[in-house]
Design a protein around this ligand. Structure first.
Ligand SMILES: *[C@@H]1O[C@H](CO)[C@@H](O)[C@H](O)[C@H]1NC(C)=O
Ligand SMILES: *[C@@H]1O[C@H](CO)[C@@H](O)[C@H](O)[C@H]1NC(C)=O
Length: 391
């Protein structure tokens, strides 16, 4: 009953904001979600709209608010589905066809997830460097290749890490729902293979970075690694960890404190595509706990900002572009009522940091308040093949 009233409100709100065409699948979803909750719909899993149906058509949506309702509806339906296994037809990710991709400035090398030993045979892989593994999320909410390309370019500009990407999007995106079950399974596979990787490279050199659903995959991977070895991955960086379907205390709680020695989180679409609640050891909220940070008019833009901010901090000289203070709101920050110590968000986050941190950001790149445009120009080519070995 509660959901019915709430659905009607959402519908009215939605219709006043978006054209009825792009939003049809959402309307169908909300009007049918009552039936799902009462178990009337058979095969309810396939009834959940896909991320592309929900977000692909609504890039021009101006306000984040109605989406908080949609997101909450998806969340409650998803929880119901998760707790009643009967309606879920699970699609098993094929671990044999999953790859890590080692990305240098000039080349890409695919290594089967099941055979991390293959990395050692590559000249481009240097065991004494740190190894960063990026896991991405919905292909439709982010241009995945862009996330991978940009972060890889930034790390290749630094030149001191092996940069690997696990592109899980084809497994989390093609299926019926919000892919929560697949994230658990992919994360377990990844965790098992991190055990093998940690025999090849020093454990302290491994850093996992996950965007969106990828953050939860990293969490499960870290937990699996811990279960198998009693050791912890040193750091997981979660970039706007996905909200829908991941609720504390349920079967799929996703990334949790304790999945790594240190978990730093950047929230940029709080309460819609991204989680609002603090999830890591330290949680950074650019612009406070808002769903649309400065410069964004859509949830897709907001969800992407998390990785864009992080990428900015990876370039040499930018490590302290985003300085945050321990705080509870933007209002308090503006009134100078927060902690005195300013701490860097992103690449240089201090590994013993705890709590909630707030900071101001700019609407355009460089996004950090301390961003330097001259430096930004110098970074355009850094990390590309053309400049490899020169810069
Ligand atoms: C491997 O990395 C280390 C540390 O960054 C560096 O000193 C060394 O020259 C690298 N080896 C090769 C073959 O590039
Ligand atoms: C910005 O970066 C350039 C190039 O490194 C440097 O010369 C300049 O001093 C920096 N400006 C500020 C305000 O830090």
């Amino acid at each position: 009953m509660k959901l019915t009233i709430f659905s009607v409100c959402s519908l009215i709100l939605l219709q006043s904001f978006v054209s009825p065409f792009g939003i049809q699948s959402i309307i169908n979803f909300i009007s049918g979600s009552k039936d799902i909750l009462f178990g009337v719909v058979q095969n309810a899993g396939s009834f959940l709209p896909t991320p592309s149906e929900i977000f692909g058509n609504t890039k021009n949506l101006i306000a984040g608010l109605p989406f908080e309702y949609v997101s909450s509806s998806i969340n409650s339906v998803c929880s119901t589905l998760m707790s009643s296994n009967s309606v879920i037809s699970k699609i098993t990710p094929e671990v044999d066809s999953m790859y890590f991709q080692l990305m240098t400035a000039c080349s890409k090398y695919s290594i089967p997830l099941l055979e991390p030993e293959g990395l050692l045979k590559l000249k481009a892989f240097n065991v004494t460097k740190k190894t960063v593994i990026l896991v991405t999320g919905w292909r439709t909410t982010v241009s995945n290749s862009q996330t991978i390309e940009e972060l890889s370019k930034a790390y290749n500009c630094r030149g001191d890490v092996n940069f690997l990407a696990l592109d899980a999007a084809s497994y989390v995106d093609t299926l019926f729902s919000w892919a929560a079950l697949n994230t658990a399974e992919i994360g377990e596979h990844m965790g098992e293979n991190l055990v093998r990787l940690a025999k090849l490279v020093p454990l302290e050199n491994i850093h996992l970075i996950g965007h969106s659903l990828g953050a939860h995959i990293c969490g499960v991977a870290g937990r699996t690694f811990n279960k198998l070895t009693s050791k912890l991955i040193p750091r997981i960086t979660a970039l706007d960890p996905a909200k829908p379907c991941f609720n504390e205390g349920e079967s799929l709680s996703g990334l949790m404190r304790g999945d790594a020695e240190f978990i730093d989180v950047i929230h940029t679409n709080a309460g819609v595509l991204g989680k609002k609640d603090a999830t890591g050891d330290v949680d950074f909220y650019p612009d406070g706990m808002v769903s649309l940070p400065t410069g964004c008019l859509s949830v897709v833009c907001a969800h992407d900002r998390a990785w864009m901010y992080y990428v900015e901090t990876v370039y040499p000289g930018n490590e302290y572009n985003f300085m945050a203070k321990r705080c509870t709101s933007m209002k308090r920050l503006r009134r100078n009522k927060c902690g005195d110590e300013a701490e860097p968000m992103g690449y240089a986050a201090t590994s013993n940091l705890k709590g909630t941190y707030i900071l101001e950001v700019k609407g355009k790149s460089p996004f950090g308040m301390n961003g330097n445009e001259t430096l930004e120009d110098q970074h355009v080519w850094c990390g590309t093949c053309l400049y490899a070995g020169i810069v």
